[in-house]
Design a protein around this ligand. Structure first.
Ligand code: SAH
Length: 345
């Protein structure tokens, strides 16, 4: 793969592009025209942008890299899920998952190569942190899925990495995803999932970033949480609940609380009762997603029995919490939550 000298076109929001191209061409609509070719018509070759003068087309091709990376490998699951491996210009590798659910398709994008959060139950953590992805590398994951498969209904930042640790690039990608003249997704169809970087969560709301938020809570108290998720030593269980209590939600908005159920670790009745007690104060503000643990070779953790999973679901409901059990897709190809990792090549 060749390393491009020019900046990628997909690194820029429409506002940024308007400024850059106005300075270059002194024409007001250049950026809007090119956004239309790229994000509406999926025409990536400036030579074919026939409503732009030939001279400007040549200049554009010199200014930006318009290429969308191609998969190194695509694995298909029995359930229709596709796990796509990309090799980046510096040889780092990331994965993107595209999965169906009752006719709706969700793309799960990575925000970092590897991850530095060190959660004990997550395979991506075993890679360690390699680097942040650029805005363009996030947008290209979505573009590649659109080009090779179809337009997704939902976009979730639940692949490799901690999105709020790559805040600026992720927020810029979201701006491109939601802009009417770019990919035009609704804020409700985009979800950013975080381990709970509290100051960044508050910033995310202060800045009214157009996306939903999911917090991976994964425990019913600080002790278990800090054992499973070292980040909890910095931003505690109590702090997370307090933050959720105070976030300025939009109309009908809920915060998603993710809870990975791990046998004999956080899935006993004591934990269930403790969680109900702890979350009572934010009951109306949240939706709880129970994620049965996905096993992988290096992990000693196990998934609890179906009986336990159903008990959690039922008891939360009885206590008037909105909750769903999220069975991961693509576990047979290690495409489920917490199963993404690439070997160093
Ligand atoms: N770093 C962010 C984004 C990744 S989302 C975050 O943690 O929220 C990945 C989700 O999968 C998180 O909710 C995480 O708790 C969950 N997860 C991690 N390992 C898992 C595993 N082995 N089985 C099931 N879910 C897992």
């Amino acid at each position: 793969m060749q390393r491009s000298q020019q900046p990628s076109f997909f690194d820029f929001t429409l506002d940024e592009m308007r400024k850059i191209l106005f300075e270059k061409f002194q024409k007001k609509f250049r950026a809007d025209q090119i956004f239309d070719w790229i994000y509406k018509k999926f025409e990536f070759n400036p030579a074919n942008m026939h409503n732009i003068s030939l001279a400007d087309r040549t200049t554009l091709a010199e200014m930006f890299d318009f290429s969308v990376f191609k998969p190194t490998l695509v694995k298909e699951s029995q359930d229709g899920t596709k796990k796509i491996l990309f090799t980046l210009a510096d040889k780092k590798q990331i994965e993107t998952v595209f999965m169906p659910s009752n006719d709706r398709w969700t793309v799960c994008v990575s925000s970092q190569a590897g991850c530095g959060m060190g959660c004990k139950f997550c395979k991506t953590a075993t890679m360690g942190f390699q680097r942040n992805l650029s805005t363009s590398e996030i947008i290209q994951q979505v573009l590649r899925v659109i080009l090779d498969f179809k337009r997704p209904d939902n976009i979730v930042f639940m692949g490799m990495g901690e999105p709020l640790a790559n805040y600026d690039n992720v927020v810029k990608a979201i701006q491109i995803l939601v802009h009417q003249k770019a990919l035009n997704f609704s804020w409700r169809s985009i979800t950013v999932s975080t381990v709970g970087l509290e100051p960044k969560i508050r910033l995310f709301f202060e800045e009214k970033v157009p996306a939903q938020l999911a917090i991976s809570l994964n425990a019913s108290n600080q002790q278990v949480r800090s054992f499973l998720m070292p980040v909890s030593n910095k931003f505690s269980f109590e702090k997370i609940i307090e933050t959720v209590k105070n976030l300025p939600l939009r109309r009908r908005q809920k915060i998603f609380i993710e809870y990975v159920l791990i046998d004999e670790m956080n899935a006993d009745d004591i934990h269930l009762n403790e969680l109900i007690e702890a979350l009572k104060v934010v009951r109306e503000r949240i939706k709880i997603n129970l994620i049965p643990f996905n096993e992988f070779a290096e992990s000693e953790f196990r998934r609890p029995s179906l009986k336990i999973i159903n008990r959690w679901h039922k008891k939360l409901k009885e206590n008037r919490f909105i909750s769903t059990v999220r069975w991961s897709k693509g576990v047979d190809i290690l495409g489920g939550c917490g199963q993404l990792a690439t070997k160093r090549i």
